[in-house]
Design a protein around this ligand. Structure first.
Ligand SMILES: Cc1ncc(COP(=O)(O)O)c(C=O)c1O
Length: 424
């Protein structure tokens, strides 16, 4: 396996510059077929350690705590390296708690969005820090006798769940009336921000702390740390954590944030995106009709919503029938739309067109990089297409299947053979 991924390849065989260069893709495709998600334990560990080392370098090792969101990649096998570095997981629904408990995880925080009284009671029973998203939810938890309250704040003034900035005074008064202090507040300030934007948010967070919740035990900076999908070099793809923590440390000192206040982070994209790739099969020679050129694959649109929803330009590599990368000849290729396998007009796996090099035919493969986050979890059995299996490359380079392929009848796994009348 390659360990130094700093060099951006100019052209030709680009996979060799990533962890995928060392993976036996042929074995994976022979054993589990396509489409298939492939994840690297080594890359996940490296991404986590990049952050923990940066925190240590800024003298924040004891104050920084990571909670990786579970909803963007919810395979408990894949997330094992989080336990190696002492990171917890961020949950949002009770089922996530249930499955992770079965797999031996127990370090959680909860950010459920807007929820019912029953769900607030569920999380209160578990005892985990739960970020409530409205004054109404906080009021319910207080009436129900919650031992401690944490809140999610929406700094964007958006429709996202979260107590709005103009409601913070009322939140603080509500807590005071119940003789309760805020344990922690979480602010999610949008996805994929630059280093400068995230540094800009630090002062806002510390100002909220000083003005409204000076007794809080911790401050949760949530996610939003930018990841560059269109770059190849690891140093260009990832957020500049070293710089960021140095600035955070300086601001904490300057603004007299007490030493015992801990800083929580919930990065998803930066930690997970380049730990996964999606391998799809090309199923026809390139179709060129009077309207467009179309690459037909066995993927499906909902395997890659991160691309369509946000217009992310994922890097790709084309592979021949033996799963060897087809090196870019330097002469480019034919621009083509990459289709999934359903009838829907919009079933394009990736937005925009990709250059299909010479030699790609109905026996080739396409590898879509940086599919470790918001891809497999958003498949949703789109138009009855079964979900893709997941394969994990462990730290020793061994391959493991960690989710099997949904079979052809997967969509109907809960369908009852007979109608069951509901009893009165
Ligand atoms: C509360 C919360 N934390 C963390 C994340 C992860 O964000 P990112 O992928 O930007 O790191 C999200 C994403 O929506 C979120 O809503």
């Amino acid at each position: 396996m390659t360990s130094d991924h700093e060099v951006a390849p100019e052209s030709g065989a680009r996979l060799a510059s990533t962890w995928l260069g060392g993976v036996d893709l042929k074995r994976i495709s022979d054993h589990v077929g396509t489409p298939v998600f492939i994840y690297s334990e080594e890359q996940l560990l490296r991404n986590l350690q990049r952050i923990t080392s940066a925190a240590a370098a800024a003298g924040l090792a004891d104050r920084v705590q990571l909670y990786i969101p579970f909803f963007p990649n919810s395979n408990p096998h894949v997330l094992r390296p989080t336990q190696k570095v002492g990171a917890g997981l961020l949950l949002q629904v009770p089922g996530e708690y249930e499955i992770l408990s079965r797999f031996g995880y127990d370090n959680f925080i909860i950010s459920p969005g807007h929820v019912s009284d029953e769900e607030i009671a569920f999380w209160a029973k578990t005892g985990y820090t739960t970020f409530l998203s409205s004054l109404d939810e906080v009021a319910y938890a207080l009436q129900a006798g919650a031992a401690s309250i944490s809140a999610r704040i929406d700094s964007l003034g958006s429709q996202k769940p979260g107590i709005k900035m103009t409601e913070l005074r009322r939140l603080s008064e509500l807590l005071t009336r119940h003789g309760c202090q805020l344990e922690c507040f979480e602010v999610y300030c949008g996805s994929g921000n630059s280093r400068d934007a995230m540094i800009g948010v630090i002062e806002t967070m510390f100002t909220i702390f000083r003005k409204y919740f000076p007794d809080a035990q911790s401050i949760n900076f949530a996610g939003g740390y930018g990841f560059a999908y269109d770059k190849w070099a690891e140093s260009e793809k990832h957020f500049a954590w070293a710089d960021y923590f140095a600035q955070l440390r300086a601001a904490a000192d300057r603004m007299h944030i007490p030493d015992q206040v801990r800083f929580l982070f919930e990065p998803a994209r930066d930690v997970l995106a380049d730990t996964g790739a999606l391998l799809v099969g090309v199923k026809r020679d390139l179709i060129t009709n009077p309207i467009a050129s179309v690459l037909v694959t066995d993927g499906s649109r909902m395997l890659m919503p991160s691309a369509q929803l946000r217009d992310r330009r994922h890097n790709v590599a084309f592979l021949d029938a033996g799963l060897t990368e087809i090196a870019d000849s330097g002469r480019g290729g034919v621009p083509a739309a990459v289709r999934g396998r359903t009838i829907l007009r919009h079933d394009y796996i990736l937005p925009a067109e990709y250059l299909v090099p010479e030699g790609v035919n109905s026996h080739s493969y396409l590898l879509i990089l940086d599919a470790g986050v918001y891809c497999a979890t958003q498949h949703m059995e789109f138009l009855n297409v079964p979900p893709a299996p997941e394969v994990l490359v462990d730290l020793g380079g061994e391959l493991h299947m960690v989710s099997s392929r949904g079979d052809d009848l997967d969509k109907w796994r809960n369908l009852l053979p007979d109608r069951q009348p509901l009893r009165r």
